[in-house]
Design a protein around this ligand. Structure first.
Ligand code: GLN
Length: 395
């Protein structure tokens, strides 16, 4: 038989999505794959119901229905403080997952280098394999997950085509300061690189931290492909509505990739989501307030369980240190925890380039009751660890 492609041989299964299946298998509370267990805004659901009857039900314009792009351009211009043109600067994609992939394919030739901060959202590894790009990893150093300026400069000296920047950052919860972003901007200019951003948590940034859109830095719009989505902002991860904001020439390149990859995002969902894009500022304040409360509830639960963590500055993830268990293997530890404690997390090793087996990632995009129940279960973790130790794993 002929062999499958080498690029798929290099793939590993998404650990995040596998952990959802492990959680389901054991009936565990799923704090692994980050998605809410609460409803989207009610206006959005009403709009979806109406559109089921009125349509559209056929293809939209491949890079996004014009009225959806109009509403999207309005919302983005308002928050980015930049004039975004619905025809020249926007491509609507199937989630930011496709946005990032299409951006990478539009920017990189096979063997081009891209700078990736580690820990990183696991999809970037697959994006690099699919586009043929070679990642140069730059460590975000715990406990604050900051980068070393000399290390970053050395990475840029290898002439990367682009840098991938997830801000607010998944999984570390880091929100980069203006100073750090300006350092990246200086290097991008000096070494003539693109910047591909993943800003899906743009509205989930806790005081006193502030989100700064990379494209809004002086001179950066021209070299930035900003990816984001409606998934986290309006609690509609299953709608798969994402987008790329870019200067016209790059938006045009992304449009071409996107057209041949997927033709387009779901037309009725674009139509329904216009309602979300027109929500007032109060919506974003209450979204953030909701997440701040969830963060506080969950961090308190971790304190009660005596588990150590880095406080997230943004997004809805927290990295917890499991060194005290001497588990050796974070993947087996997460499987053990889903089965015996009834709470699922993602093994940290799937986010790090450096061998890292002492961290696990929880997400807290869940109702207060769900988080409190998870907290109760975690209190018993040490006792359960003694009673049902994890089978030894050959490394
Ligand atoms: N971004 C979410 C996470 O990191 C969901 C990922 C996904 O499965 N698309 O868990």
């Amino acid at each position: 038989m002929p062999r499958r492609s080498e690029r798929t041989e290099r793939f590993t299964e998404s650990v995040i999505r596998r952990m959802t299946r492990v959680a389901d298998l054991h009936g565990a509370i799923n704090l692994s794959q980050g998605f809410p267990d609460f409803d989207p805004p009610p206006e959005l659901l009403r709009s979806l119901r109406n559109i089921a009857l009125s349509g559209p039900h056929q293809y939209a314009v491949t890079w996004g229905a014009p009225n959806f792009r109009q509403a999207l351009a309005g919302k983005i211009s308002r928050f980015m403080c930049l004039p975004i043109d619905k025809d020249e600067n926007l491509v609507v994609t199937c989630g930011s997952t496709e946005a990032m992939m299409a951006a990478m394919l539009a920017v990189c030739n096979p063997m081009d280098k891209v700078v990736v901060f580690s820990p990183f959202y696991e999809n970037y590894g697959a994006d690099a394999i699919l586009s043929g790009a070679q990642p140069i990893y730059v460590e975000l150093r715990p406990p604050r997950f900051t980068f070393d300026r000399d290390e970053l400069r050395k990475a840029f000296e290898q002439k990367p085509k682009a840098v991938i920047l997830c801000n607010p950052s998944n999984p570390s919860g880091r929100v980069f300061t203006r100073d750090e972003l300006e350092e990246i901007a200086r290097l991008a200019r000096e070494f003539d690189a693109f910047v591909i951003t993943d800003e899906v948590y743009e509205h989930i940034v806790y005081e006193p931290h502030r989100h700064i859109y990379f494209a809004s830095l002086p001179g950066m719009f021209e070299r930035t492909l900003s990816c984001s989505s409606l998934s986290k902002t309006y609690s509609i991860t299953g709608w798969r509505l994402g987008y790329v904001v870019a200067p016209p020439e790059m938006a045009d390149a992304v449009k071409k990739v996107h057209d041949f990859l997927t033709v387009g995002a779901a037309a009725p969902l674009q139509e329904a989501a216009i309602t979300a894009l027109e929500l007032p500022d109060a919506y974003y304040r209450s979204l953030l307030e909701g997440y701040r409360e969830k963060r506080d509830v969950f961090l308190k639960a971790l304190d009660r369980a005596g588990l150590l963590y880095t406080t997230p500055e943004g997004a809805y993830y927290v990295l917890v240190d499991i060194s005290e268990f001497n588990a050796g293997n974070d993947v087996s530890f997460c499987e053990w925890m889903a089965e015996h404690v009834g709470v699922a997390a993602v093994p940290g090793s799937s986010f790090f380039h450096e061998p890292t087996h002492h961290l696990i990632r929880f997400h807290f995009a869940k109702r207060r009751e769900t988080l409190e129940e998870a907290g109760k279960r975690l209190i018993g973790i040490r006792e359960l660890w003694k009673r049902h130790p994890m089978p030894a794993v050959d490394s």
